[in-house]
Design a protein around this ligand. Structure first.
Ligand code: HEC
Length: 143
Protein backbone atom coordinates (compact mmCIF):
# COMPACT_ATOMS: atom_id res chain seq x y z
CA UNK A 1 0.00 0.00 0.00
CA UNK A 2 2.76 2.37 1.01
CA UNK A 3 4.63 1.50 -2.18
CA UNK A 4 1.64 2.40 -4.31
CA UNK A 5 1.50 5.79 -2.67
CA UNK A 6 5.19 6.44 -3.27
CA UNK A 7 4.75 5.35 -6.86
CA UNK A 8 1.76 7.63 -7.36
CA UNK A 9 3.67 10.54 -5.87
CA UNK A 10 6.65 9.88 -8.13
CA UNK A 11 4.34 9.77 -11.15
CA UNK A 12 2.81 13.11 -10.21
CA UNK A 13 6.24 14.65 -9.77
CA UNK A 14 7.45 13.29 -13.09
CA UNK A 15 4.37 14.61 -14.83
CA UNK A 16 4.70 18.10 -13.40
CA UNK A 17 8.38 18.12 -14.35
CA UNK A 18 7.55 17.26 -17.94
CA UNK A 19 4.83 19.90 -18.05
CA UNK A 20 7.36 22.49 -16.90
CA UNK A 21 9.85 21.39 -19.55
CA UNK A 22 7.40 21.51 -22.41
CA UNK A 23 6.25 24.93 -21.26
CA UNK A 24 9.84 26.15 -21.33
CA UNK A 25 10.15 24.82 -24.89
CA UNK A 26 6.91 26.40 -25.99
CA UNK A 27 8.15 29.70 -24.63
CA UNK A 28 10.25 30.04 -27.75
CA UNK A 29 12.13 28.12 -30.34
CA UNK A 30 15.84 28.70 -30.62
CA UNK A 31 16.55 31.88 -32.60
CA UNK A 32 19.50 31.21 -34.92
CA UNK A 33 20.66 34.79 -35.35
CA UNK A 34 20.39 35.70 -31.66
CA UNK A 35 21.47 32.46 -30.03
CA UNK A 36 23.49 30.29 -32.42
CA UNK A 37 25.32 32.72 -34.70
CA UNK A 38 27.26 34.31 -31.79
CA UNK A 39 28.53 30.86 -30.75
CA UNK A 40 29.76 30.13 -34.28
CA UNK A 41 31.34 33.60 -34.46
CA UNK A 42 33.20 33.09 -31.20
CA UNK A 43 34.37 29.53 -31.76
CA UNK A 44 34.45 28.80 -35.47
CA UNK A 45 34.49 31.88 -37.74
CA UNK A 46 38.23 32.33 -37.43
CA UNK A 47 38.73 29.37 -39.79
CA UNK A 48 35.36 28.95 -41.45
CA UNK A 49 34.39 32.14 -43.23
CA UNK A 50 34.97 33.64 -46.66
CA UNK A 51 38.51 34.00 -47.90
CA UNK A 52 40.04 37.13 -46.42
CA UNK A 53 43.40 38.69 -45.58
CA UNK A 54 44.89 38.74 -42.12
CA UNK A 55 48.24 40.48 -41.57
CA UNK A 56 48.83 40.35 -45.30
CA UNK A 57 48.17 36.60 -45.43
CA UNK A 58 45.39 35.01 -47.41
CA UNK A 59 43.10 32.94 -45.19
CA UNK A 60 41.00 30.34 -46.96
CA UNK A 61 38.07 28.62 -45.27
CA UNK A 62 39.41 25.41 -43.70
CA UNK A 63 38.11 22.11 -45.02
CA UNK A 64 36.18 24.12 -47.59
CA UNK A 65 33.61 24.84 -44.87
CA UNK A 66 32.05 28.28 -44.44
CA UNK A 67 29.73 29.10 -41.58
CA UNK A 68 29.06 32.75 -42.46
CA UNK A 69 25.94 32.16 -44.54
CA UNK A 70 22.81 30.02 -44.17
CA UNK A 71 23.16 28.32 -47.55
CA UNK A 72 26.87 27.75 -46.89
CA UNK A 73 26.18 26.14 -43.52
CA UNK A 74 23.76 23.73 -45.21
CA UNK A 75 26.17 23.09 -48.10
CA UNK A 76 28.91 21.98 -45.71
CA UNK A 77 32.58 21.28 -46.39
CA UNK A 78 34.72 19.04 -48.58
CA UNK A 79 34.50 15.81 -46.62
CA UNK A 80 30.90 15.96 -45.48
CA UNK A 81 28.87 17.95 -48.01
CA UNK A 82 25.18 18.05 -47.11
CA UNK A 83 25.88 16.51 -43.71
CA UNK A 84 27.09 19.60 -41.88
CA UNK A 85 23.61 20.34 -40.56
CA UNK A 86 20.96 17.66 -41.08
CA UNK A 87 17.64 19.19 -40.05
CA UNK A 88 16.03 17.21 -37.24
CA UNK A 89 19.14 15.09 -36.69
CA UNK A 90 21.79 16.71 -34.48
CA UNK A 91 23.64 13.42 -34.07
CA UNK A 92 24.06 13.10 -37.83
CA UNK A 93 25.26 16.70 -38.21
CA UNK A 94 29.02 17.19 -38.48
CA UNK A 95 28.73 20.70 -37.08
CA UNK A 96 27.73 19.04 -33.78
CA UNK A 97 29.78 15.85 -34.15
CA UNK A 98 33.04 17.80 -34.41
CA UNK A 99 32.07 19.84 -31.32
CA UNK A 100 31.55 16.80 -29.10
CA UNK A 101 34.62 14.80 -30.16
CA UNK A 102 37.36 14.62 -27.51
CA UNK A 103 40.24 17.10 -27.83
CA UNK A 104 42.57 14.32 -28.89
CA UNK A 105 40.51 13.48 -31.98
CA UNK A 106 41.93 15.09 -35.10
CA UNK A 107 38.47 16.14 -36.23
CA UNK A 108 37.61 17.79 -32.90
CA UNK A 109 36.65 21.45 -33.49
CA UNK A 110 38.28 23.82 -32.97
CA UNK A 111 41.41 21.69 -33.46
CA UNK A 112 43.38 21.08 -30.26
CA UNK A 113 45.02 24.25 -28.96
CA UNK A 114 43.55 26.39 -31.76
CA UNK A 115 40.59 27.93 -29.94
CA UNK A 116 37.97 27.47 -27.22
CA UNK A 117 35.75 24.39 -27.33
CA UNK A 118 32.01 25.10 -27.36
CA UNK A 119 30.50 24.81 -23.85
CA UNK A 120 28.13 21.89 -23.15
CA UNK A 121 25.24 24.34 -22.64
CA UNK A 122 25.84 25.89 -26.05
CA UNK A 123 26.16 22.47 -27.69
CA UNK A 124 22.75 21.59 -26.23
CA UNK A 125 21.34 24.79 -27.66
CA UNK A 126 22.69 23.99 -31.13
CA UNK A 127 21.30 20.44 -30.88
CA UNK A 128 17.91 21.87 -29.94
CA UNK A 129 18.04 24.26 -32.91
CA UNK A 130 18.76 21.35 -35.28
CA UNK A 131 16.08 19.15 -33.68
CA UNK A 132 13.58 21.96 -34.21
CA UNK A 133 14.38 21.89 -37.93
CA UNK A 134 17.49 24.08 -38.28
CA UNK A 135 15.52 27.15 -39.21
CA UNK A 136 17.55 30.29 -39.94
CA UNK A 137 14.59 32.67 -39.68
CA UNK A 138 15.23 35.84 -41.67
CA UNK A 139 19.02 35.44 -41.44
CA UNK A 140 20.83 34.72 -44.69
CA UNK A 141 24.33 35.96 -43.93
CA UNK A 142 26.77 35.94 -46.82
CA UNK A 143 25.08 34.57 -49.94
C1 HEC B 1 41.89 27.16 -35.97
C2 HEC B 1 41.08 26.81 -37.10
C3 HEC B 1 39.73 26.15 -36.90
C4 HEC B 1 38.70 26.52 -36.06
C5 HEC B 1 38.68 27.67 -35.07
C6 HEC B 1 37.59 25.63 -36.36
N1 HEC B 1 37.96 24.74 -37.35
FE1 HEC B 1 36.74 23.37 -38.24
N2 HEC B 1 38.25 22.81 -39.47
C7 HEC B 1 39.55 23.29 -39.41
C8 HEC B 1 40.40 22.52 -40.32
C9 HEC B 1 41.89 22.72 -40.52
C10 HEC B 1 39.55 21.59 -40.95
C11 HEC B 1 39.92 20.55 -41.99
C12 HEC B 1 40.15 19.29 -41.20
C13 HEC B 1 40.90 18.27 -41.93
O1 HEC B 1 40.87 18.28 -43.17
O2 HEC B 1 41.51 17.43 -41.24
C14 HEC B 1 38.20 21.79 -40.40
C15 HEC B 1 37.10 21.06 -40.77
C16 HEC B 1 35.85 21.16 -40.18
C17 HEC B 1 34.70 20.36 -40.53
C18 HEC B 1 34.64 19.29 -41.63
C19 HEC B 1 34.16 19.98 -42.93
C20 HEC B 1 34.12 19.02 -44.12
O3 HEC B 1 33.00 18.71 -44.59
O4 HEC B 1 35.18 18.61 -44.59
C21 HEC B 1 33.67 20.74 -39.71
C22 HEC B 1 32.25 20.19 -39.71
C23 HEC B 1 34.20 21.78 -38.85
N3 HEC B 1 35.51 22.02 -39.17
C24 HEC B 1 33.45 22.43 -37.90
C25 HEC B 1 33.96 23.42 -37.07
C26 HEC B 1 33.17 24.03 -36.03
C27 HEC B 1 31.72 23.70 -35.73
C28 HEC B 1 33.99 24.94 -35.41
C29 HEC B 1 33.67 25.78 -34.22
C30 HEC B 1 33.22 25.08 -33.06
C31 HEC B 1 35.28 24.89 -36.06
N4 HEC B 1 35.22 23.94 -37.06
C32 HEC B 1 36.37 25.67 -35.73
C33 HEC B 1 40.00 24.34 -38.64
C34 HEC B 1 39.25 25.02 -37.69
Amino acid sequence: MKNTLVFALAAVLALSASVTTSRAQDAGKVDFEKQILPILKDNCFKCHQKEHEENGKKKKPKGGLRLDGAALIIKGGKEYPDENVVAGKPDASWLVKTMVLPDSDELAMPPEGKGDRVTPANIDLIKKWITEGANFGAWKGVE
